[in-house]
Write a protein of this length. Structure first.
Length: 753
C-alpha cells in the first residue's frame, strides 16, 4: 500500500507553475509626485481638504453590464478621475513602478514581460463601495488589474477577491506617508470593495498587460490536484503513521526567509495548493525549518593538509547519533505558529532519502585522541512544509516535550487575552486541553529541578487563563509529588491565590509535607511569599506553616547507599540549612502565629547538627535583630538567648598562646610515618621536622596533616632524591581561636549582650 508521502507527492506531481490568482500587501516606497487637474499636487497622507477637491473634480464611476456602461450608485458608489487628468512622476517613480509590477507578476505566476498601464484614479469617500463583479478587458492583452492604495486616513474599504471557491481579503490601509497598499488579481476573478466607514480611500488603478508572444496567462487551476490531495488527507486517521508529514522544499531558505509569502517557484505553487487542500481536509499546514544533526565515527584516509585553513581527508564510517527538529514555524496566513522546537522521526520525511542526496550545510571531522577514534559532526538545514490532522495538533505538541508545548501554551494564552475572550472561546478551550496534556506528560525527575523555570512558565500561563482546574492539577500531581524547586515559588503563590482558600490550603500543605524534608529553605520562602500576597494571604497560613514545621529535617542528610553510580546520581539530595532559610521561616511564622514560630525555633535548637549555631542561627538572628518588626518576636528572642549563651560560654574559655613547641595531634592515621608526625607534634623542643621519603609517602603524610588542620607550614625541598618534606610548627589554632574570640565579642555587642 503506498505511503501517505507517496500519495501526496503523486497528487502534487503535475504542479509546476507558481503563483496564485491574487497577491497583495504593504510596502515602503519613495512616493511619486501626483498632479491632478483642478486639484493640484497631492500631499501624503492626503488631507481631508484635498479629498473634497478630488471628489469635486471627479465623476461617478460606472460599471460594465455586458456591452453597456452603467452608472448605478446601488451597485458602485465610487468617484473616478480619468488618466488624462492625472500626471504621475518623480525621479524614482519609473523604477519603483517597475519593481512593484515585477513583484506582483511573480506572485501571479507570470514569468514573461508585463507592462503596467495607468487606467484611472478612484476615490472612495465614506459610504463608498463596489459590489461583487469581474473586470472587463480594458486594453489589448490585459490579463490582470493592479491597485495602489495611497496613504490617507480611512477605515473599511477592504478588497475581497474570490476564485475557484477560495476567498482572500486584503486590508490595504497605509499607516505611514511613505507606505502604499498594493494588490493584483486576474481579470476574471470576482472581487468587491467593502464600504468605507470613515475618511477617504484613494486608489491608482493599473491594467497589467502581457507582452509575451504566447497567450496571456490565466490564473492557475489546480482544482483536480487540490481535490486529490484533500481526499488522501481525509483518510489520514488518528493513530495512522506517520504522525506528521514533512515535505522538504526545493529551494534553500534562511531562517529569516521562512514564510509562505517568501516561497519561490514551484514551492509557492505547492504551498498554496496544500494550504487549500489541508483546509478542506481539516489538517494543519505550516512551513518550518527542518534541522538534522548527525554524528558518528570516521576514518582518516591518509591525506594531510599542508595548510592551516584546510582539513585533513576523512571519510564517514557510521552514523551513531542523531537529532532532528522542526522550528521557526509560520502559518499560511503569515502569523507565527507559536510552537517551540518539535522533534521528528526520519520516517516522517518524504521522500525518505531526501537528505541522503543532499550536501550537508556543515560538516566537521575530529582526529583520533587517546582511545577515541576519529569522528564527525554534520548538520542539514532545509525549509519544509509540515502537515498533520488538526485533531492531533495538541497531542503532537504535548508529546514533543516542554520545549515545544510551553511556548505554544503561552502563545494560546496571549491570543486569548488579546481577544478579551471568555472560557467558552476556542483559544481558551485549546489552551485548557493542551495544559492538561502537558501536566500528564510532565517530566518525573526525582531530583528537584533548579533550572529552566518550566513550572513557573506553566503556572503563569494557566493563571493568566484563570484555569483553576489546571492550577490544582499541576500543584497536586507535580509540585506536591516532589517535582519542585525554589524558582517555582512566586508562580505557585500567584496561581494558588486563584483557588478557593480551602483547596489552596490543602494543596500547599501537601507541597510542604512532601518537599520540606529535602528543601526546607525553598518551602520557607514559599510560605513567606504566600503571606505577602498583594490582596490577601494565600490559604490558611497557620495550617500551611504547621505542615512545614512538622516536616523540617532534624537529622543530617546521608548519601543513599546504592551500588550503581547512575542510581546514586538520580537520588534527591537535601539542601543545607542557611541563615536565609531561618529568616524566611521565622518571618513567615511569626507574622502568622507566634506560638508556631516558637515551636519551629525550638525544633531548630534541638538539631544543632543540622542548624548550626555559628553557621546558620547566629547570622540569621543578627540580621533579624536589626529589623524593628522582628526584634521583639518571641521566636527571635528565644534563638537570640541561645546564641548569647553560646557566645558567652566560648568567650569565657581560656585563651593563651602556646608556651613551647608542643602542638595538638588530630591525625587519626596510625601508619609508621603518621606516628612519626605525631611524635614531632608532641615534642615541646622540636619546631621543624624533615621527612625524607618517596613521593607517595610524603603526599600521604602531608594530606593527612592538612586534612586534620595541624598547626604546620609545609615546604618540599627538591634537592637530591628522594625529596624532603619540611614541616614547621606555627600558631594557627591559637590564631583561629583569637579571631573567633574577637568575632564573638563583636557579635555579643551587636546583640546587646
Amino acid at each position: 500500500m503506498p505511503s501517505l508521502g507517496a500519495d501526496i507527492s503523486a497528487c502534487l506531481s503535475s504542479v509546476q507553475r507558481p503563483g496564485d490568482f491574487c497577491i497583495g500587501g504593504m510596502r515602503d516606497i519613495v512616493m511619486p509626485t501626483i498632479d491632478v487637474a483642478a486639484v493640484g499636487r497631492l500631499a501624503f497622507p492626503i488631507l481631508p481638504g484635498q479629498l473634497t477637491d478630488l471628489i469635486r473634480a471627479a465623476e461617478a464611476a460606472p460599471y460594465g453590464r455586458g456591452e453597456d456602461t452603467i452608472v448605478d450608485r446601488n451597485v458602485r458608489r465610487t468617484w473616478q478621475i480619468h488618466a488624462g487628468k492625472v500626471q504621475i512622476g518623480g525621479r524614482r517613480w519609473a523604477s519603483t513602478l517597475a519593481d512593484v509590477t515585477s513583484g506582483v507578476a511573480k506572485g501571479l505566476g507570470v514569468g514573461d514581460s508585463v507592462a503596467a498601464e495607468f487606467y484611472k484614479l478612484l476615490i472612495y469617500d465614506e459610504g463608498s463601495f463596489f459590489i461583487e463583479h469581474r473586470d472587463t478587458e480594458k486594453a489589448p492583452r490585459m490579463f490582470a488589474t493592479m491597485l495602489l492604495v495611497l496613504p490617507s486616513a480611512h477605515a473599511g474599504g477592504d478588497l475581497v477577491v474570490r476564485h475557484l471557491g477560495r476567498e482572500v481579503v486584503f486590508d490595504l490601509q497605509p499607516t505611514e506617508p511613505s507606505e502604499i497598499g498594493f494588490a493584483a488579481f486576474y481579470a476574471d476573478c470576482v472581487h468587491e470593495v467593502r464600504p468605507v466607514t470613515a475618511g477617504g480611500r484613494v486608489v491608482l488603478v493599473y491594467n497589467l498587460c502581457f507582452r509575451g508572444k504566447n497567450s496571456p496567462p490565466e490564473p492557475p487551476d489546480y482544482r483536480a490536484e487540490r481535490d486529490c490531495t484533500a481526499r488522501r488527507l481525509r483518510r489520514w486517521q488518528t493513530g495512522q503513521a506517520p504522525e506528521k508529514l514533512i515535505l522538504p522544499l526545493e529551494h534553500a531558505y534562511t531562517p529569516a526567509e521562512i514564510g509562505f509569502t517568501t516561497l519561490k517557484g514551484r514551492d509557492a505553487a505547492v504551498a498554496g495548493l496544500l494550504a487549500a487542500a489541508a483546509a478542506d481536509a481539516a489538517c494543519d499546514l505550516h512551513v518550518a525549518l527542518v534541522l538534522v544533526e548527525e554524528s558518528g565515527s570516521a576514518d582518516h584516509t591518509g591525506g594531510y593538509s599542508r595548510y592551516e585553513d584546510e582539513e585533513d581527508e576523512f571519510e564517514i564510517i557510521e552514523v551513531c547519533e542523531g537529532a532532528n527538529s522542526l522550528s521557526h514555524w509560520q502559518s499560511p496566513d503569515g502569523s507565527v505558529a507559536g510552537f517551540g522546537a518539535i522533534p521528528f522521526d526520519e520516517s516522517e520525511i518524504w521522500p525518505a532519502d531526501f537528505f541522503a542526496e543532499l550536501a550537508p550545510d556543515e560538516i566537521h571531522f575530529h582526529e583520533a585522541t587517546g582511545n577515541e577514534g576519529a569522528s564527525f559532526e554534520r548538520t542539514y538545514r532545509r525549509a519544509g512544509l509540515v502537515l498533520w490532522p488538526s485533531e492531533r495538533r495538541l497531542a503532537i505538541v504535548a508529546e514533543a516535550g516542554l520545549q515545544a508545548s510551553l511556548p505554544y501554551l503561552e502563545h494560546l494564552a496571549a491570543q486569548w487575552k488579546r481577544t478579551a475572550g471568555t472560557p467558552a472561546e476556542p483559544f481558551w478551550q485549546e489552551a485548557a486541553t493542551l495544559a492538561s496534556l502537558i501536566i500528564r506528560r510532565w517530566p518525573r525527575a526525582s531530583r528537584p529541578h533548579d533550572e529552566g523555570f518550566a513550572a513557573s512558565r506553566m503556572l503563569a500561563a494557566v493563571a493568566s487563563l484563570a484555569n483553576v482546574e489546571c492550577i490544582a492539577q499541576f500543584l497536586a500531581s507535580v509540585s506536591a509529588e516532589g517535582i519542585y524547586g525554589e524558582p517555582d515559588n512566586a508562580a505557585i503563590a500567584q496561581a494558588a491565590a486563584l483557588l478557593p482558600p480551602a483547596q489552596a490550603t490543602d494543596l500547599l500543605v501537601r507541597i510542604m509535607a512532601r518537599n520540606a524534608p529535602l528543601q526546607p529553605a525553598a518551602c520557607a520562602n514559599m510560605l513567606r511569599l504566600c503571606g505577602e500576597a498583594t490582596l490577601q494571604p494565600v490559604g490558611d497560613l497557620a495550617a500551611i506553616g504547621a505542615a512545614l514545621v512538622d516536616a523540617l529535617p532534624v537529622k543530617p542528610a546521608q548519601a543513599p547507599l546504592v551500588d550503581d553510580e547512575s542510581e546514586a546520581a538520580a537520588e534527591p539530595e537535601a539542601e543545607d540549612a542557611t541563615p536565609g532559610f531561618v529568616r524566611d521561616l521565622l518571618t513567615a511564622l511569626s507574622r502568622t502565629e507566634s506560638a508556631l514560630a516558637v515551636r519551629a525555633a525550638k525544633k531548630l535548637l534541638a538539631a544543632p547538627s543540622v542548624y548550626s549555631l555559628d553557621q546558620v542561627l547566629l547570622p540569621a538572628i543578627l540580621a533579624l535583630s536589626k529589623r524593628g518588626e522582628s526584634a521583639s518576636w518571641p521566636a527571635v528572642s528565644l534563638l537570640r538567648k541561645a546564641c548569647l549563651r553560646h557566645l558567652r560560654k566560648r568567650i569565657a574559655e581560656k585563651l593563651e598562646a602556646p608556651a613551647n613547641w608542643t602542638r595538638a595531634n588530630p591525625v587519626t592515621c596510625t601508619c609508621a610515618d603518621c606516628r612519626d608526625l605525631g611524635r614531632f607534634l608532641a615534642d615541646p623542643r622540636q619546631p621543624v621536622w624533615r621527612f625524607k621519603a618517596a613521593a607517595d609517602r610524603r603526599r600521604h603524610v602531608e594530606s593527612n596533616a592538612r586534612g586534620a588542620k595541624c598547626d604546620l607550614d609545609y615546604v618540599t625541598e627538591r634537592h637530591g632524591s628522594p625529596h624532603v618534606l619540611v614541616a614547621t610548627k606555627n600558631q594557627a589554632s591559637y590564631e583561629r581561636r583569637l579571631t573567633q574570640r574577637n568575632r564573638d565579642l563583636e557579635h555579643l555587642a551587636a546583640m546587646g549582650g
